[in-house]
Design a protein around this ligand. Structure first.
Ligand SMILES: *Cc1c(COP(=O)(O)O)cnc(C)c1O
Length: 497
């Protein structure tokens, strides 16, 4: 299997190259040349556990990795001590026709662990193949959850070092504490004045800075990315869509292995929902993909109109991991839908950066609407949804998952589609405890841990151990920069050793 770039179809790379480079030199994203078809293999896959399913899917895409290497990576990522349950991707039935796919039982309590526990393993093997003896410098722009998950995944991984940038006023108190207390000797964390898009844009600029790359090469280093633009992030996410489907099937909730299932995905950078689309391309019987957004509803508008308009008010919401106006992975979807025409795609992306918007052609827009349904909600509606779901279904959602629940309700109301549906639950409610608590009750304290304990008492749910442990961990980082000095911070960090 080879990979090409969305902006230059002549490029051909191995998966190890695609993973170690992260982003293509002309700014494009790597995509597989074709999608293997698993539609005839679902029965067989249904008999495997999560790790077995992961191995079966990964090996189709990582043809330059040996089976043994893939097994090592998968075992290292999903070993039972790292995830709370018998499976990393727990499917929980909420009411007839609706299940929650809980992807937050890993070390950082958000779905990012599903990919970021695996990526460091894939990347170290890729570096052994592609860049022997080189040290990888991982730059991460985070809207909150990626940062912590990447730190935890890369902590003390040999031949890697990691620098995380987060928007100073865009992450929750618990997210901030998770990052600033991170242990490990190959990492640092830095706040940026600005929003997530500012962080992401600057990190992308650094990645394509030739002089800086040269400077790194002289020190025996290469840049790499743990952001969801990296193929090594997307690939592990395909697995849980298959796994959720197969779990529904083995639980007897589907009439046959051809019955379609809808997925509802709380969406920011379009990585999670893109993996669902890829699963569908691989023959998984997926019905509608429901793309849920908060007030930063650029994707809802795009799905409905075919026009992507990033120049608009940016809202800081109670679902901060979705506070994004430039959803990078949409580029991959559009590339596939427009007939893999990199000229067309490049023109849209140029229009986005030059004039803040683009409009796709009618055929592409029609396919987007056929595949996706988009909806969004405000913070008030998010909290109302948390309250109602808790009262009616006795299920406690985090703020992101609640945005998805609201989109699910909108979709049902609008279409009457009664197909079996899976809502992807992306974070523990304890990661956003103040917003979740105030939806179902009240406590007069601003201390994160007092709030978490009150939430636990009120909801009858347990505080995940990784969050409980933070209370006694010392703060290690207090760095701050502005957009213009991100590059200096990187230079200083890598030069310091
Ligand atoms: C990252 C994140 C999202 C958005 O996922 P994308 O892949 O960026 O679309 C949603 N919810 C939570 C809790 C997240 O951490």
């Amino acid at each position: 299997m080879q990979y090409k770039s969305t902006r230059n179809s002549n490029i051909r790379l191995s998966s190890a190259q695609a993973i170690s480079r992260g982003i293509s030199e002309e700014g494009g994203l790597f995509v597989p040349e074709h999608f293997p078809d698993l539609s005839g293999k679902l029965e067989e896959l249904s008999r495997l556990n999560y790790m077995g399913r992961a191995e079966a899917i990964l090996k189709l895409f990582l043809t330059d990795y040996s089976e043994e290497e893939i097994r090592d990576c998968v075992t290292g990522a999903y070993e039972p001590q790292k995830f709370e349950n018998d499976t990393p991707a727990k499917l929980r039935s909420v009411k007839p026709g609706l299940s929650m796919l809980e992807l937050w039982h890993g070390p950082t309590c958000a779905f990012k662990d599903m990919a970021l526990q695996l990526l460091p393993h894939l990347l170290s093997k890729a570096l052994q193949k592609e860049a022997a003896d080189k040290e990888a410098v991982i730059l991460v722009a985070t809207s909150g959850d990626t940062g912590k998950a990447a730190l935890e995944g890369f902590k003390d991984v040999p031949h890697t070092r990691i620098i995380v940038f987060y928007p100073e006023s865009g992450v929750s108190a618990m997210q901030l504490r998770q990052m600033n207390t991170q242990e490990g000797n190959n990492l640092t964390v830095c706040g940026v004045e600005g929003n997530f898009d500012d962080c992401q844009t600057q990190v992308k600029v650094i990645f394509t800075d030739e002089k800086l790359k040269q400077h790194l090469a002289e020190k025996g280093m290469v840049f790499s990315s743990a952001n969801s633009i990296n193929w090594g992030r997307l690939l592990p996410q395909i697995v849980y869509y298959f796994s959720a489907y197969l779990d529904l099937y083995t639980a007897g909730k589907l009439a046959s292995a051809y019955d379609k299932v809808n997925f509802v995905v709380p969406t920011g950078n379009f990585g999670n929902i893109l993996a669902a689309y890829y699963a569908k391309r691989m023959g998984l019987p997926v019905g509608k993909l429901i793309c849920a957004s908060n007030s930063n509803n650029v994707l809802t508008e795009f799905i409905r109109s075919g026009t992507y308009q990033k120049d608009r008010q940016f809202y800081t919401t109670i679902s901060p991991s979705m506070d994004i106006l430039v959803s990078s992975n949409l580029e991959r979807l559009l590339y596939h839908l427009c007939g893999e025409d990199s000229n067309k795609l490049t023109a849209w992306m140029a229009s986005l950066s030059q004039s803040g918007s683009y409009t796709v052609d009618a055929d592409t827009a029609e396919q987007v609407q056929e595949l996706f349904y988009g909806s969004f909600c405000s913070d008030e509606e998010t909290q109302k949804t948390i309250r109602q779901v808790f009262q009616k279904e006795h299920y406690l959602c985090d703020t992101h998952t609640a945005v998805a629940m609201k989109a699910y309700e909108d979709y049902i109301r609008e279409t009457g589609d009664s197909r079996e549906t899976v809502v992807v639950s992306t974070a523990s409610p304890y990661k956003f405890a103040p917003s979740v608590l105030s939806a179902i009750g009240h406590v007069s304290s601003e201390d994160e841990f007092v709030v978490a304990k009150a939430l636990s008492a009120m909801s009858g749910t347990e505080i995940p151990r990784p969050i409980l442990e933070l209370e006694t961990k010392p703060q290690r980082f207090d760095n701050k920069v502005n957009k213009a000095t991100i590059k200096d911070f990187v230079l200083q960090t890598i030069g310091g050793r």
